[in-house]
Design a protein around this ligand. Sequence first.
Ligand code: ATP
Ligand code: MG
Length: 420
Amino acid sequence: MAKSLQSIRGMHDVLPEDSPRWQAFEETVRRLMISYAYSEIRTPIVESTDLFCRSIGEVTDIVEKEMYTFDDRNGDRLTLRPEGTASCVRAGIQHGILHNQIRRLWYMGPMFRHERPQKGRYRQFHQLGVEAFGIADADIDAELIIMTARLWRELGLKDLRLELNTLGSAESRAKYRDVLIEYLEKHRDQLDEDSLRRVYKNPLRVLDSKNPEMATLISNAPDLHDYLDTESVEHFDNLKLYLDAAGIEYTVNPRLVRGLDYYCKTVFEWITESLGAQGTICAGGRYDGLVEQLGGKASPAAGFAIGMERMLALMEESAVAFQEKPIDVYLVPVTMTDVTRALQLAEVLRDTLPDLKIQLHCGGGSLKSQMKKADKSEAEIALIVNMDEQEHITVKYLREQKEQQLIKQDSVINFLQNRT
Ligand code: ATP
Ligand code: MG
């Protein structure tokens, strides 16, 4: 027998029994976005490699070693998107929808990173991304965080804490950079290979290292907060004020820097302890320089991304139950001659009672075998269409001890509407 084909390592199918959870999450998100007046944007999954190199930064995990990059048949260098912000900004500039205006956008879809697959870390994973363009004040940072807090509430998740930091303006980061390089140079012998490469190219990223052997070095590093400019401090103070007023708890973590190059001022992460090592569910911040960096007219911006697989795992962990809506009606055509009438009846029911879930038995079989399938479908009732009873339908209760009834076909809708 030929060897059966498998999905790519780190890329997973979502099977029918898992879909209700995904759908519940997606529906909650859609409702939430409408209530905050954010609009959906959909961009291609493949982009020019250059886009990610120029936005995420050459010296980052993503660009250095995680991108799925290939030459297409024209010899163009393309990449499966590893995140959504770059595409969103690219599309915004290309279509002139960021120019001198405020835009609140969101997107949801698959992202690709060639990482070592493990629990909560996959090669194809999904993100919900939310981005707000054109607002420089901390009120929008607060709105984004308040929105995430509402999402956790609506999904019934409690086990999440918020970590907050400010990276300051580009200028204050430059000042801090020099001090940090000096510190790292002094402790060269304690740096791992990745960090050694980053000392001069992107020293702040050294603070983002997940290597436990570097934890002490990182915790003794000079504090970015000592180098902040007054505007960034004020921005951060305002954000904290808004969050306090909204009753959102947080801890300020001065070591929190984000993996991507383009962040400034606010950065934040929502973290859970319930999922082991991959505990960051949501990460975001401000990226005022990115639009200009990618060729647009300068526009302040802030946003976040939620890792959907981690989010769904947390929903499961928190025992938030999602089940597929059960079938309401199972339609049974007794003979081949009854199929036409059953097909028609099913359509009439779907026209008039669109909320009902109706399954029509297809593929024939004896009444007995059809009724077995009806029972297995977990439908509430079966409607039996039988040519011997023209104009009538037999109602059989599948879950309750009730006598079956014969009702006129033109009263079926009425019957279904009024059933208890
Ligand atoms: P990490 O530090 O876990 O690698 P990151 O900083 O690379 O995360 P971001 O680029 O900020 O992550 O992406 C935002 C969110 O997307 C993460 O907080 C996480 O929930 C999710 N995410 C990132 N990479 C993966 C992955 N490989 N598999 C599943 N989810 C992921
Ligand atoms: Mg990563």
